[in-house]
Design a protein around this ligand. Sequence first.
Ligand code: MG
Ligand code: ZN
Length: 529
Amino acid sequence: MKRQMKQLNPFLIALLVSVVFLACERLSPRNTPPPTTEPARIKNVIIMIGDGMGFQQLGLLVSYARYAPESVYRPRGGKAALESIMEEGTIGVACNEPANALVADSGASSTQIASGKWAGGEMIGIDKEGNAVKGILEVAEEMGKSTGLVTDTAITHATPAAFAAHQTHRSKQGEIAVDLLEANVDVMLAGGLQWWIPQEANDPDSETHKELVRRTGGTIEIRSKREDNLNLLEEARARGLALCFNRAQLQQASGNRVLGLFGRSALMAGIEQTRAGEDPDRTIPTLKELTSKALDMLSTNPNGFFLMVEAGMIDWAGHGNDTGALLHEMIKFDETIALVHEWTQGRRDTLVLVTADHETGGFGFSYSRFNLPAPRSLPGSAFQGEIFQPRKNFGDRRLLDAIYAQKLTYREIMRKFDALPESQQEPKALAEIIEANTEFPITEEEAATILREETEPTGFYSMKDDFRRNLLARVVSKRQLTVWSTGSHTNAPVPLIAYGPSHVTSHYGKMMHSTEWGGKTIEVLRHGR
Ligand code: MG
Ligand code: ZN
C-alpha cells in the first residue's frame, strides 16, 4: 500500500484529496464547516483536592485576592489562579455523601472520587459492600501510564490513601503504607515518614536510628508509629524508587520513580510556608515544589499519567475554625493550581479537575449588628439630602488584611500556651499570646471562657484540644465577621472545576455526586475523551 502511494503522482494525490473534500462538503448540512481535526485526546488526568474546601473557603481566597487593600495578589491584578481556571474551564457542583449516610469523611469521599463507587464512612478503597474497588490510579497503571500522589499531609492519610490502598479503616496507616508500595505508585511526595520506618528506630542508640538520621540529613524527627519492624524505605528502594527527605535531595532526584517523605507527619502549614517561602535554606519543599517535581517525572511517560495532588491542611484549619490559617492554606493550594495551570498551557492532552472531598467547619463571612460603620454622604442624586447608613455591619475589606496577618495557627498558639510553666497558664497569658500573633486581640475574661471549657456536649467538636480553638473562633467571631458552625464536616456541595479541552470539561458542568463524576473521569482516562 505504502509502495503504491509512493508511485502516485503528487498532482493526482492533490486532485483526489480535493474531490473527497468537495464530496464531504456536499454531504454536510448547510453552514456547518466540515471537521478539520480530530478532537484532542486526553492522555493525562490531574485531580487536585482541596480537603474541606467548600465554596465559602474558595470565596475567602477570592475575596482576599480581589479586595484586600494589601492583597499579595495585587501584582497579578487581584486574580487568584482558582479564579482564572474557573473563568477558562467549566464549573460544576459535587455532592459527596457516602453510602447510606449524610456527611462524608475524606476516606469515603476520596474512595468515591477515585473509583466511582459508593463507599462507607472511613473506608479506604473499599465499596459499600465491603469489597476492594479498583480506582482511577490502578486503571491508569493498567494502561501503561505513570501514576503519582502528592499531599502536604502524610502520604498514608485518607485522601491519598483512597487512590491506591484498600483498608477497612483510614486509621490503618501502617497497612496503608504497605498497600501504597504494592500498588506500584511511581511518584509519592508527601509527609508521613513515621509510617515507613521500623519500630526499632525509636531507640536513639540503635543502628537503624542512626542510619535514618544520616540518610534524612537530620531534618526530620525519627520516630516510628509502626507496630512492627518493617523497613519500608528499604523495600521502596528495592522496588526502584529513589528516596528523598529534604528539598535539596528532591531537586537532585532523577529517574521517574520516587518516594519523597519530608516530614514525620505533615509538611509546613500555610502560615509557616508563607513565612518561610523565600528562605533559601528551607529544607522542607512546598506543595507547589512537590507538584512541579511530580509533573517533571510523570510527563516523561509517552503513555501519559494520572496525578492526584491534595492540599490537606485546608481541612485542618477548618476543624480548628481558624480563619487566618485557612486563608494561608488556600493560598498554598492556589499557588499549586497556578503551577498546574501554567504547565497545561498549550496542551490539549490534559484534563485538570479541582475539587474538594467535602466542606469542613461550616464557614462563612456573615454580617452583624456589631460595630456599625460610620454614616457617609454619597454624591449620587438619589442620596441628596440623605445620608448613607446601612443598619448592619456588612464587613470592612480591611478585615481581609487583618486575617492574612495572623502569625501562628490556633494550634500553635495553644501549644505555645501549653508550653508555659503550669503556674503561668493563666487567661492573661493566653490573651497575650493571641495579641502577639493575631490582629484580633481578646480580653482576659474572654480568654478565661476558652480555658474554662474542657469538652463540649454536642459531639460536633471531636477533640479537647480542638475545642479550645473552636471557642477562640467564637470569641473573635464578631470582630472578624466570620462564623463557623461546626468543628467537623458539613455535607455542603463543593466546587468541581474542570479545566482542559472543552469537549471533555463539558461533562462536568452540572451537579453530580462524587461517584458519578469519579466514574466519568475513569471513562475519560480510558477513552481519551
Ligand atoms: Mg485529606
Ligand atoms: Zn476533616
